[in-house]
Design a protein around this ligand. Structure first.
Ligand code: BG6
Length: 477
């Protein structure tokens, strides 16, 4: 059952993902889809809507579309109206399993859960399951996330709640675990004895894409950091779990967030907002000129921060995180830079410095891994240059078309919560950034530099690393 079934998420991602699951024979034949939304369009109107969406996103065989249409029903109503839930109850016999997907604005999560609970729809009778999938954002700060959790737990058990972070559906994000724990050479080096620092970058070229109104109340920090960037951070930073099951994995990830040293919002964090510029050949208007954005908006579209994880593995190894909109190039990547080799051996040669060794995990749009190391430049004198060894997913494997939601929906149906967030990590994530949210709210003197659209972000972010004699990897060449 999808709440918000006529919305964008359903059309662009959920339906294509369901179709991919069906093509891989991962949906049961007695699968049924119930759409819930406020528009009064009836079963047939909903089927038309689904058909158009499926033709637009995902194409494919006709019979595949028909398979879904034959199994689709629609319930219209306001999410707070008990009538709608009566209708749902009529469609859902007690002995059926059900997944309730809340693809709605976040303000609706609580009321839908409460109404589902009241209507008895979350009750799991012997041998059946009822699960609630909740999209991000889960709260807008620590107190609101705690309050939402509390209310959800009044109507559902923690093991019925699946909080989505779509980054965990990405193949290359899941591969971080395999790279770290399935390769004998990695783990012995993965600590403060060998690693100098880590950089996590999520750079986007898109601006706010017509979402000005909601984005302006959110900003880059809330939108990206406690969820997507912290997922990457915890996968890089966690200890090896004892099992690959949800409890073991999620417990190790939560420990990383609990070990984050409290951030100093004035020293460790830089924010920025994009001004006008060009991305490729396209002129981009300043953020404050976007529709529905106040002309004096103080919302950040970029944030960079230096974090410390105070545990035995990472003490003294800074983690630098950055994310921004309207930057020069789209790329999500993690670079682990190893410590320099001592220069002694080359003291009497022309070599003045050794190229750093770094391992970069390319998450998107390129998917792969690259390793940089020093090589001798051919010739009679000793000169050294950096060489890059690259593994690319697309060269090595024929990837199936995927939205990233396939794994998440499938795992949810199978009851595997490994790729979903428990209340503890959500709250630990918000807890880590709460001092920044508070400082920005209380102190308008904290700078909000403007950066050019199409560039690499504010120069203040470069200073954050220059202070430590380090540099960001370039976003654009
Ligand atoms: C969403 C954010 O969660 O993630 C968006 O709300 C952002 O602002 C998007 O653009 C990025 O996702 P992806 O998969 O394109 O990296």
């Amino acid at each position: 059952m999808i709440f918000g079934a006529t919305g964008d998420l359903t059309r662009r991602l959920l339906m294509p993902a369901l179709r991919n699951l069906r093509r891989n024979r991962l949906l049961p034949d007695d699968f049924a889809l119930v759409g819930v939304a406020s528009r009064d369009i009836g079963d047939d109107g909903f089927r038309d809507h689904l058909r158009q969406g499926m033709e637009q996103f995902g194409g494919g065989a006709r019979d595949d579309i028909d398979w879904f249409l034959q199994r689709s029903r629609y319930v219209s109503g306001k999410f707070e109206s008990p009538e709608a839930y009566k209708a749902l109850n009529g469609l859902l016999p007690a002995e059926r399993n059900a997944l309730f997907y809340l693809a709605t604005p976040p303000g609706e999560f609580e009321v839908i859960a409460r109404r589902l609970g009241k209507a008895g729809l979350l009750h799991e009778s012997e041998g059946t399951w009822r699960r609630l999938v909740i999209e991000k954002p889960f709260g807008h700060d620590l107190p609101s996330a705690v309050a939402l959790d509390k209310r959800l737990l009044r109507v559902a058990h923690e093991n019925q709640i699946f909080r989505i972070d779509h980054y965990l559906g990405k193949e290359t994000v899941q591969n971080i675990l395999v790279l770290r724990f399935a390769n004998g050479f990695v783990e012995p080096l993965w600590n403060r004895d060998h690693i100098d620092h880590v950089q996590i970058t999520v750079a986007e070229t898109v601006g706010v894409e017509g979402r000005g109104k909601s984005y302006d109340g959110t900003g880059a920090l809330r939108d990206m950091v406690p969820n997507h960037l912290f997922q990457l951070l915890t996968l890089i930073g966690m200890e090896p779990p004892s099992h690959l099951n949800a409890d073991a994995l999620r417990a190790e990830k939560a420990k990383v967030l609990h070990a984050v040293r409290p951030l100093d919002p004035r020293r460790d964090v830089v924010r920025g907002q994009y001004g006008a510029g060009r991305i490729g050949d396209t002129a981009v208007a300043a953020y404050r000129q976007e529709p529905d954005v106040p002309r004096d908006s103080q919302t950040e579209t970029y944030v960079a921060m230096k974090m410390a994880i105070d545990n035995w593995r990472w003490a003294g190894v800074p983690f630098y995180l950055r994310t921004g909109k309207a930057l020069g190039r789209r790329r999500t990547e993690i670079t682990v830079q190893f410590r320099q080799a001592p220069l002694t051996l080359f003291r009497d040669t022309p070599v003045e410095r050794l190229p750093p060794n770094d391992l970069t995990l390319h998450i998107q749009p390129e998917e792969g891994v690259s390793l940089r190391f020093g090589v001798k430049i051919p010739g009679p004198t000793v000169r050294i240059d950096g060489a890059n060894m690259k593994f690319s997913y697309s060269d090595a494997f024929e990837a199936q078309p995927s939205t990233g939601y396939e794994t998440l929906i499938y795992d949810c149906m199978m009851g595997d919560a490994s790729l979903f967030q428990p209340a503890e990590t959500i709250e630990a994530g918000w807890g880590a950034i709460q001092p920044i949210l508070d400082a920005w709210q209380q102190d308008p003197r904290i700078p909000l530099p403007v950066y050019d659209a199409g560039g690499m972000g504010p120069t203040e972010a470069d200073e954050l690393l220059a202070r430590d004699h380090r540099r960001w990897r370039r976003i654009i060449r």
